[in-house]
Every structure is written in structure tokens, then in C-alpha cells.
Design a protein around this ligand. Structure first.
Ligand code: URA
Length: 286
């Protein structure tokens, strides 16, 4: 019998580093689950159309002499996620101010909560002329409770500082306000699903309405698609001004490459700089 030798510390470190590179930075269970082996075990059953093992073990029903009458249609139970989304939308629309909206999100039960430490709601100056809308908190934001405070947030701050904006200022003309579509960190920083975006969009729209910015800066493809209600990607839309409808108000919105993308593709910073200058002109009334 072959004996498996314990892996060295270096090998284990390299394997963990490789997984982290792939975005696997969460442990979800005590023991690993081999999904490939499970799929292979399932394959013959699926091919033959046999019932799953548990029900295959049950005694077979005798063939009925006559076909049984069709059972009465059971009432369709409401999808719990849809019901929760509707209740979030309704509570968010009723929130009279940003603190109340924040409390609504903090109390909202959603599967993403399981992997997140807290709801990340806002940073910067409420009432600033510019609001930056991001995608979702990452690990640093989840730890510190504020949007855009990790590496990509630091780049965002530098980019906006280059056009005279600073989230810590108290003058609405010099400051900016920040929020995300999702308040909870998705596991492994994966891109939020369409369904998750749909659940949280009404709350984000309420946040925009209550913060009353004049201009929106949409950081990356996810907020761009969600707020412009489009399938077109950020590569095509960046730098193009659009109007976003929020609670009866039209707001000019500018899609910009997400700073995390710029960290991976620094050559794209030249295009982002062009977009920032366009934002500066718009803030100056141009
Ligand atoms: N990326 C985002 O989109 N939002 C954050 O808050 C942090 C990183």
C-alpha cells in the first residue's frame, strides 16, 4: 500500500498562495468536499435516469390498477428570497433618512450575511455633490465597516484627489460620498449575481435619493449595469455620460473603470484620467 507523506510547510504555503490567487480566500466547512468525485458518482444515475440512492432503496410501489386521479394543484408557496427582497424594498423606500436606511440594511437577513462581518453602508460626506457607487465591500471594507478603504479604495482616493476631491472634507463641493450596491461582502470577493443586485438595488436608490448628490460616479461594470439598466459592459460605457432615474429625479452618471481593475491593468489609467477630467469639467459646470 502506498503511504502518503505529509506535505512540507513550503508546499502547503505555495498551495494556499495559489488558491488565494484564484480568489479562494474563505473556508466554508471543516472538511474539504470533492465535488468532482460527487459528480462522477452521480453520473451513471443521471444517465440511466435512476432515482437518487435514498429513494432507490425504498420499496417499489405496486402498479395501480387504474390511473390515480390527478392531485389538486398545491398552492405555490412564495419564494422566501423574493419575499425578503420585497420587504427590503418596501422598508428602504419608507426610510426617512440615511441613518434609518442604514438600520434597515443592518437588520436585513440575507444569505450573504453568513460570510460577512457587518453591513458596509457609506463613507465620505452626506450631501456632497458627488457620490461614488461601487460594487460590494471587499475584505478590508468588511473589517473596517466603510466602503473603499482597501488598496482599490486608496487608488480611488488618489484619482479623485487629482481632481481636487477628498472624502474627508466638510465642504460638499470638495468632498464626495460613497456607497455600494451590496452592503455585504460576497464570499471570496466574487462578482455579485444579478439576483443579488436586484435585491439590493432599491436600497441603493433610496440611499442616493436621501444623500441627494448632483452627480454619480459609477465605479465598474456592476453599478453601471444596475443603475443604467443595461447589459452593455464597462469597456464600452466608461467615459460616456448617461442619466439615471432615481425616485423621480434624473441624475447625470459617469461610468469609470473600477480602481481594482486599474490596479491589474495600469495601462488603462490613461483612459480613466480622461474620464476624471470629464468629471471635473461637469462639476465645474461644463
Ligand atoms: N470595491 C468596491 O466596489 N467597493 C468597495 O467598497 C471596495 C472595493
Amino acid at each position: 500500500m502506498t503511504q502518503t507523506r505529509p506535505l512540507s510547510r513550503e508546499t502547503l504555503k505555495a498551495a494556499l498562495g495559489w488558491l488565494a490567487e484564484l480568489g479562494v480566500d474563505e473556508t466554508l466547512a471543516e472538511a474539504p468536499q470533492d465535488r468532482y468525485a460527487e459528480a462522477l458518482r452521480e453520473a451513471p444515475r443521471l444517465k440511466s435516469g435512476a432515482p437518487p440512492a435514498a429513494s432507490a432503496a425504498q420499496p417499489r410501489a405496486r402498479p395501480a390498477a387504474r390511473p390515480a386521479p390527478a392531485p389538486a394543484a398545491a398552492p405555490v408557496a412564495p419564494d422566501p428570497q423574493e419575499a425578503a427582497a420585497a420587504s427590503l424594498a418596501s422598508a428602504a423606500r419608507k426610510a426617512p433618512d440615511l441613518d434609518a436606511l442604514k438600520a434597515v440594511l443592518e437588520a436585513f437577513q440575507h444569505p450573504l450575511r453568513a460570510g460577512a462581518r457587518r453591513a458596509v453602508f457609506e463613507d465620505g460626506l452626506r450631501g456632497a455633490r458627488l457620490m461614488v457607487v461601487g460594487e460590494a465591500p471587499g475584505a478590508d471594507e468588511d473589517r473596517l465597516g466603510k466602503p473603499f478603504v482597501g488598496r482599490s479604495g486608496q487608488l480611488l482616493d488618489k484619482m479623485l484627489a487629482a481632481i481636487g476631491l477628498d472624502r474627508s472634507k466638510s465642504d460638499p463641493k470638495e468632498a464626495f460620498y460613497l456607497g455600494n450596491i451590496l452592503p455585504f461582502r460576497p464570499p471570496g470577493n466574487r462578482t455579485p449575481s444579478l439576483a443579488e443586485v436586484e435585491v439590493f438595488r432599491p436600497a441603493l436608490e433610496r440611499q442616493i435619493a436621501l444623500a441627494r448628490p448632483e452627480i454619480l460616479l459609477l465605479a465598474g461594470g456592476t453599478p453601471t449595469k444596475a443603475l443604467l439598466r443595461t447589459e452593455t459592459g464597462i469597456m464600452r460605457l466608461r467615459g460616456t455620460w448617461s442619466l439615471v432615474q432615481v425616485e423621480g429625479r434624473e441624475l447625470p452618471a459617469l461610468p469609470l473603470f473600477h480602481p481594482a481593475f486599474l490596479l491589474r491593468a495600469p495601462a488603462m489609467k490613461a483612459l480613466a484620467w480622461r474620464d476624471l477630467l470629464s468629471l471635473r469639467r461637469r462639476l465645474d459646470g461644463g
